[in-house]
Design a protein. Structure first.
Length: 315
């Protein structure tokens, strides 16, 4: 069983005519939905609002097979993000996240909601803001004690916090406690990490951390996987006609975790440490395919495992 911790927020996405369309989103919620559609047993640990948006989140996740915590309902409102798209379909965000439902939970309650057979705990994104960081680190520490793999998607959103420096340092602390991390080229810019090569990136992130696997995404330039022994890069398919990129990174990471899980690579940290280049190629190919299918669609609409495999076979 995989468990996820993080935001479930509504993206108010700017339309060509200037109006805003409401789409259910949030990095961790998107990934949770992506994992479920990839066929993995997944539990979302945060609370959902009792408001109309929260009810829609509950239906979306439960209808796709996601397990939701007992009594995981909050009287607080759903988080909001106003999303504007540039000429290339890339999003920028303005967040409204004070006193919201997905933050209405303690470390003790998160831990109490762990499934009995916890294999991997994923978090990241807005869950790593300074005010919430300590409860996330406590929860991560408990999951590690129980033998779970820890996955983090850095997915930094500095416009969502008042103190950029504290936020960056907190994200670095969280990454150091993970076994799997996904970072984008944009994340590295925010973190102040200057790594002209994959070797230098590996040196910086692996040092002093428990990391075993780094996923590095570079938008249209493709993506890479790095272990302590190997590095591998792949391009994105050359025929992709981008609709928008909302949720692409979340679908990439969901595809990667799904491939690892279905291949038995999440059994332990030791197994994760033994990935070879052939496996890394296949895992990265699957992750890129999952992201590619999503950017062919409006908003975040993750592909199933079967759709992803068919896309690869047809490429």
């Amino acid at each position: 069983m995989i468990a996820t911790i993080g935001e479930a927020l509504v993206d108010l996405i700017e339309q060509p005519d200037g109006r805003f369309a409401a789409c259910l989103g949030g990095s961790v919620c998107n990934l949770t939905l992506g994992l479920a559609r990839q066929g993995l047993a997944t539990t979302y640990l945060n609370s959902l609002s009792e408001d109309k948006f929260g009810q829609k989140f509950y239906s979306l996740l439960s209808d796709n097979g996601v397990t939701l915590g007992a009594h995981a309902i909050s009287g607080r409102p759903t988080s909001l993000a106003v999303v504007s798209l540039d000429a290339h379909g890339s999003p920028t965000y303005a967040f409204h996240r004070e006193a919201v439902a997905d933050r209405d939970i303690s470390a003790e309650l998160l831990i109490a909601r762990f499934p009995d057979n916890l294999e991997l705990l994923h978090t990241g994104g807005l869950a790593l803001v300074p005010d919430d960081l300590e409860k996330i680190l406590v929860t991560i520490a408990e999951a590690k004690k129980r033998g779970a793999i820890i996955s983090i998607d850095a997915n930094l959103r500095p416009m969502a916090v008042a103190n950029r420096g504290d936020y960056i340092e907190g994200v670095k602390r969280a990454i150091a406690q993970a076994h799997i991390v996904k970072v984008s080229d944009e994340d590295l810019d925010v973190l102040g990490i200057d790594a002209p090569s994959l070797t230098e990136l590996a040196t910086i992130l692996f040092e002093g951390s428990s990391l075993q696997l780094i996923a590095f995404t570079r938008g249209a330039k493709g993506a890479a996987l790095l272990t302590r022994a190997h590095q591998l890069e792949l391009p994105i398919p050359g025929t992709i006609a981008v609709v928008d990129t909302v949720g692409a990174g979340d679908c990439f990471h969901a595809g990667l975790i799904a491939f690892l899980a279905r291949s038995g690579k999440l059994a332990s940290v030791h197994v994760l440490d033994q990935l070879d280049r052939t496996f890394m190629h296949d895992a990265l190919q699957h992750a890129i395919a999952a992201a590619s299918l999503n950017i062919l669609r409006v908003g975040c609409n993750p592909a199933t495992w079967e759709e992803t495999r068919q896309f690869i076979a047809a490429s």
